[in-house]
Write a protein that binds this ligand. Structure first.
Ligand code: PSV
Ligand code: MN
Length: 432
């Protein structure tokens, strides 16, 4: 049975319906930006050049430790996940790469998987290891840690798993490996802080040694959860120390949800850029903790301020500045395809808005110690509605003017509901 896919002519047909408003708004914005000496076509080019990877685990419905409410037509294996990622890419055009999580996505045949993805215009982003869960048949448990476990045999098993991820990644064309561990302590006294970090470095050195020359290693920090008292790689400072200890291929990855509320994340980003150690991002949004909400849904201004730092670095042509952008979210009550599309669009929006900042005026306001003017320069860019730029960029690249409406109109989810009858699974809750 051939699987349903949204075809180009359907997208073009839907785009026709939105043409009148796009043309009108684009024309108006062209004039408005010209008054600011901004050429709108330059921004369309920027929008079209922006790329963000999609996590394979993001296309399945997420859950909390309380419950998981499965959606209709959920992907049941990595091939179906890639189908959904291909659909997202088709509609928004900014998401050609997919990030795999092993063993969740362990391929039966890595070459077959690569060809399947390539046939849909997809490629593979960073690999992700999983030593925060036990797998069936696994010899040693990660209950009390993995790369930092006091028992060398457990650490060795975790190191080997990471090396296996790199091996799979080599076949499918990945060029980075992300390591996030849940290791830490739930009670004071449970873990010796210094010894645990020493063991981490010892394990990571072995993994680092297995990296091919052109690969990068991404260290992902997180301040708590699953450990509730202490976490080994708890913040960007620890991550930076480890990246420096490991060598030039190691960098620090910023997942927006992995910080205490109100932490100035844009400043962390600026520091990591300055120190030449910014790996990239796991984009999501949060209100309380690692909520894994859709990008821009809670703190769009923070997202814009992060992109202000990124665009500033881009325009300053900082050497080796090459951040990897990825979404890392868990969609519990929405259709994951819709949430991921919306999130990708929000990132392009923040990126384009950050390009609208009048940087010479901002520098002048900073030099003249005029905080109000500096803020208003940022606000002017942030409050500019760049939606027509994003829509035109997508349409010219063959995508949808309105990705969500086009997706809903296509009946994709209903068709997948028929094609992918749910399999009986034991677990009713759990992270993705
Ligand atoms: C941990 O919370 C994390 O952000 C890491 O990136 C993991 O790989 C992912 O979530 C697992 O869902
Ligand atoms: Mn993450």
């Amino acid at each position: 049975m051939s699987n349903f896919g949204i075809d180009d002519s359907f997208i073009a047909e839907q785009n026709q319906k939105a043409r009148p408003w796009v043309e009108e708004d684009y024309e108006h914005l062209t004039k408005k930006l010209r008054r600011q000496n901004v050429e709108i076509e330059d921004l369309v080019n920027k929008a079209q050049a922006f790329r963000v990877a999609v996590p394979s685990w993001g296309v399945g419905t997420g859950g909390t430790r309380f419950a998981r409410f499965p959606g209709m037509g959920e992907p049941r294996d990595i091939y179906e996940k890639l189908e959904d990622c291909g659909t997202i890419f088709k509609l928004v055009r900014s998401t050609p790469a997919v990030s795999l999580h092993i063993p969740w996505d362990k391929p039966d045949d890595a070459t077959k998987l690569r060809d399947f993805a390539n046939a849909r215009g997809l490629s593979f982003d960073a690999m992700n290891s999983n030593t925060f869960q036990d797998q069936p048949g696994q010899k040693h448990s990660y209950r009390f840690g993995s790369l930092t476990h006091p028992d060398k045999a457990v650490r060795q098993q975790a190191v080997e798993h990471n090396i296996e991820c790199i091996e799979i990644g080599k076949t499918i064309g990945s060029k980075a490996h992300t390591v996030w561990i849940g290791d830490g302590g739930n009670f004071p006294g449970q873990q010796h802080f210094r010894y645990a970090l020493e063991r981490y470095l010892e394990s990571m050195r072995e993994i680092y040694a297995a990296l091919p020359d052109h690969w990068r290693m991404f260290i992902e920090h997180k301040f708590y959860e699953p450990a509730f008292y202490s976490t080994v790689i708890n913040d960007w400072g620890t991550s930076y120390y480890c990246a420096r200890e490991l060598g030039p291929k190691a960098f620090c990855l910023v997942d927006l949800g992995h910080h205490a509320p109100n932490v100035n994340i844009e400043m962390i980003v600026a520091r990591l850029i300055q120190f030449g150690k910014l790996a990239g991002f796991h984009f999501n949004d949060s209100k309380y903790g690692d909520d894994d909400l859709d990008s821009g849904s809670i703190k769009p201004f923070q997202l814009f301020l992060i992109f202000n730092e990124l665009v500033d670095a881009e325009l300053s042509q900082i050497a080796n500045f090459n951040p990897a952008y990825m979404l890392d979210q868990s969609h519990n009550v929405t259709d994951p395809i819709e949430s991921l599309m919306m999130s990708a669009v929000e990132l392009v929006r923040a990126y384009v808005q950050a390009h609208l900042i009048d940087r010479s005026a901002l520098t002048e306001a900073q030099d003249k110690c005029d905080p109000l003017l500096a803020l208003s320069i940022l606000k002017q860019a942030f409050t500019t509605d760049v939606a027509p730029i994003l829509a035109v960029g997508r349409e010219r690249a063959g995508g949808a003017i309105d990705p969500i409406a086009t997706y809903r109109q296509s009946g994709y989810r209903q068709r997948k509901g028929e094609e992918r009858p749910a399999r009986k699974v034991a677990a009713a809750s759990g992270i993705v």
